[in-house]
Design a binder for this molecule. Sequence first.
Ligand code: URA
Length: 434
Amino acid sequence: MRMTDLIGKKRDGGALSRDEIRWMIEGYTKGDIPDYQMSAMCMAIYYQGMDSEETYELTMAMLDSGDKIDLSGVAGVKADKHSTGGVGDKTSLVLCPMVAACGVHMAKLSGRGLGHTGGTIDKLESFPGFSTAIAEDAFIRQVNEVGFAIAGQTAELCPADKKLYALRDVTATVASRPLIVSSILCKKLAAGADVIVLDVKTGSGAFMQTEEAAFDLAKGLTEVGRRAGKKVVAVVTDMDEPLGNAVGNALEVKEALAALRGEYKGDLLELCLTLGTQILREGGVAKDDGEARQMLEHAIESGAALEKFAAFVTAQGGDAAAVYDPALLPEAPVKLEVPATDGGWVKRIHAEDVGLTSMRLGGGRAAKDDVIDLAVGVVLHKKVGDTVAAGESLGTIHARTGEAAKEAADMLRACFEIGPEKVERAPFIKGVVR
Ligand code: URA
C-alpha cells in the first residue's frame, strides 16, 4: 500500500477500506508515515468526510494503537462521561459522586486544562496532597471500594490519537466530524466503561458553534459507540455563556461543593441531573428518567453525594477537611468587584473570553508546561437573561495582585453584552441523542 494512493482516493471522495485505515494508523503511530502525508490525509478527510463504516474503522484502529484498561475487576455497571470542553465546566466533580451514591461505578480518566478551558485534574489539585497518578490496580480497587475514581490519562492509551490530535491542532483540521468522533471515542473505549455519556457543547464557547453541527456530532458519536458495543448517550448543551458562575480552579471546586451540599440550583446542577439520569437509566439501576432523577436528587439532599466526594478525595491522598470547610481551599489575596457601566438585560457573556480572563490571571496554561495559580479566577454574579443596574457588580475578580485584578476587570466587563430589551434565556439542554 502507498500513502499517496490513499490520500488521492480520499481527496477524490472515495471510501477507505478497513485494511487501508488500519495500515495508515499503524504506520503513522510507528513513525513510518510522515506528518506531511498525514496532514494531507486529515485535510482530505476534513473536506470529503467519512461514512459511518470508515468512521467506525478509524475509531477501532486508533483504539488498537495502544493499551486498554480492563475494568472486568470492577463489580456491576461501569460508567464514564466526557465533555467536548467548555468554560467553567466542573461537571465531573458533581456528577461522579452523585452517580456513585446511586450505585453506578464511575471510572474516569481526565486531563489538564490548556488555553481557555480548564481541566478536571488541575481543579482537583486544589485539595492539598491530591494525586491522579494512580496505578491501574489501585484505580480498580478504588472504583470498587469508593464507587468512583478519577485518574490522569497515560500516554499508553491511544497513542495514535495523541499524535494525530497534535497534528490536527496545527493543520486547522480539528473541526471534522469523523476526526472528532474517532478521537473522543477511541479514548472512551480504551477506558473500558459499559455506559458512556457525552456532553456535546454548542455555542460560542464550543467547537461546534451551531446546534445543527452539535447534533450531527452527537449522532455520529452515539452511532459509532453503539456499534462498538457500548451504551452511549449524547446530551447537547449550551456553551454560549460559562457553565455555572465560577471560572478558575479552586473557585470551581467551591462551586461544585456548593452543588453537592444542595446550595446551588443553576445550569450546572441541571446538567449533572440530566447526564446522571442517562447513566442511571442506561446502567439499569433506574427504570425510567423520573426515577433516575429522584435518586440523584436524593443523593444530594441526604448528603450521600458529598460523603462520596470526601471519601474519593481521601482515597486519592487529598485532605478531605476542605470538602466540609471550603475556606481551607486556595484563596486569592485580592478581590475586585466589576461594576456594570450600563443597566439593562444581559444578552450574552462570551464564554471563551471569560476563560481567557481567568487564564490571564494565571488560572490557565498558554503552554503545556506552564505552572498555574489554583486560587485565581472569576465569579460571575449575572447570567444571560438577568437584569442589571448601572453600577451593579457583574462579577468578582480573584487575583494575586491589584494590577492583575484591574486588567482582568476590564477584560471581564468586555465579555458582557447588555442591552435595553428583555432577554429570554434559550433552553440550556438542547436535546438528548440516544
Ligand atoms: N476532544 C478530543 O478528544 N478530540 C477531538 O478531536 C475534539 C475534542
